[in-house]
Design a protein around this ligand. Structure first.
Ligand SMILES: NC(=O)c1ccc[n+]([C@@H]2O[C@H](COP(=O)([O-])OP(=O)(O)OC[C@H]3O[C@@H](n4cnc5c(N)ncnc54)[C@H](O)[C@@H]3O)[C@@H](O)[C@H]2O)c1
Ligand SMILES: [Zn+2]
Length: 359
């Protein structure tokens, strides 16, 4: 088992990474001495892993299970209400514990419910997707979608501990696994060239869920994200670098109605576009693009998505939650392992989109 610490003074916690950790859950949760445990999960994950967790935690006191429907469409108030109702009806108190077992959707919703129940009770993340293990379970952003936009409602609420059982990834569909690899590549590109090269070397092993490669890649990604979150918990500066590839990615998702491409797939393509734009504004050497594109493809992600509207893409990026007063702030690369935040000339952005197959 590997441990990564997230150092946030009174809100510090550990991320535990390794095979078969769900069976050992009691070891990590008993020290929290919860009065009740509310296990929140989604239908698919409930069938696969909830029993394992219930068995592991059976000696720790009363436990209830709340099963949400699967999918991003249920990252909404109705799911939050369901959790809050169950907590009230189950007699939960300030010492109760919410355990989020599932992908990023479950983690975001359950964490948000925990952040507002009795003005905030403790919660534990048990992420079961690669994306959740390297990204959404780390850093304390919780929330739900509004019908007008993703993640518009939420709170910062850090977990007590993150338990990432890498064995659960064996049942994850390969498209979902690749989507998680996009965030891993992103972490390497923005913060650590050596880590990026190691991940690229390990891509075949990662796609085959080899435990050593998974442990190495997940721990490395968590260390990068944890470092950034420690220095900038509330995203007033450096944390924005984690949006590398996301300005383009969000536009791809929005233009395709959030159905055609998974978030990580859109980000994979976004990483290539961000690299291209970095070259056009004179930050990055052209020679760096090849390896980035090859890595995205080797991760099973699209490096290019043809036929989207250039004008609609620009419009969508100007409306992104992360842009300010219509100015699009891009995260660009100076070299592999170093990202910076910049606004760019309109002509460079248009050239990148045109070269990327936008019309
Ligand atoms: N809070 C943050 O900092 C942060 C960061 C990144 C993403 N997110 C959020 O995370 C969400 C995406 O998370 P996701 O990619 O994990 O998607 P998800 O939670 O929808 O999970 C993807 C699918 O995989 C299934 N699944 C989960 N674990 C499985 C397993 N082990 N085996 C088989 N199937 C399994 C789920 O039931 C679901 O159908 C988005 O809502 C996004 O906004 C949050
Ligand atoms: Zn992302």
């Amino acid at each position: 088992m590997q441990r990564v610490s997230v150092g946030l003074a009174g809100r510090s916690y550990e991320i535990l990474i390794g095979p078969d950790l769900l069976r050992r859950a009691a070891e990590f949760i008993a020290p929290l001495a919860p009065t009740h445990i509310a296990l929140v999960t989604s239908a698919t994950v409930n069938d696969l892993y909830a029993e394992r967790v219930r068995n592991a935690l059976s000696g720790l006191g009363p436990l209830m299970t709340i099963v949400l429907p699967d999918g991003e469409a249920h990252k909404n108030w109705s799911s939050v209400s369901k959790i809050l109702d169950a907590l009230v009806e189950g007699g939960a108190d300030r010492k109760s514990l919410v355990v989020a077992l599932g992908g990023g959707v479950v983690g975001d919703v359950a964490g948000f419910a925990a952040s507002i129940f009795m003005r905030g009770i403790r919660f534990v993340q048990m992420p079961t997707t690669l994306l959740a293990q390297v990204d959404s379970s780390v850093g304390g952003k919780t929330g739900i979608n509004h019908e007008r936009g993703k993640n518009l409602i939420g709170a910062f609420h850090q977990p007590q501990v993150v338990i990432s059982d890498t064995s659960t990834l064996k049942t994850l569909p390969s498209r979902e696994l690749s989507a998680g690899l996009a965030e891993i590549l992103k972490h390497g590109l923005l913060a650590d060239c050596k880590y990026f090269e190691q991940v690229v070397h390990d891509l075949p092993a990662l796609r085959a869920c080899a435990p050593d490669a998974l442990g190495r890649a997940i721990a490395g990604s968590c260390e990068i994200k944890a470092g950034i979150v420690t220095r900038d918990e509330r995203e007033t500066g450096e944390r924005a670098l984690l949006n590398l590839g996301h300005t383009f990615g969000h536009a791809i998702e929005a233009m395709t109605g959030y159905t055609r491409w998974l978030h990580g797939e859109a980000v994979g393509c976004g990483l290539v576009l961000a690299a291209d734009l970095s070259v056009r504004v004179g930050l990055l050497e052209r020679a760096a693009i090849g390896p980035i594109e090859t890595a995205v493809q080797a991760a099973g992600l699209p490096a290019r998505i043809e036929g989207l509207s250039l004008e609609r893409a620009i419009e969508s990026m100007r409306g992104d939650k992360k842009s300010e007063a219509g100015a699009i702030r891009f995260i660009l690369l100076e070299h592999i392992g170093r990202a910076v935040q910049r606004t760019v000339p309109d002509a460079a952005l248009r050239a990148t989109l045109a070269a990327g197959g936008y019309a």
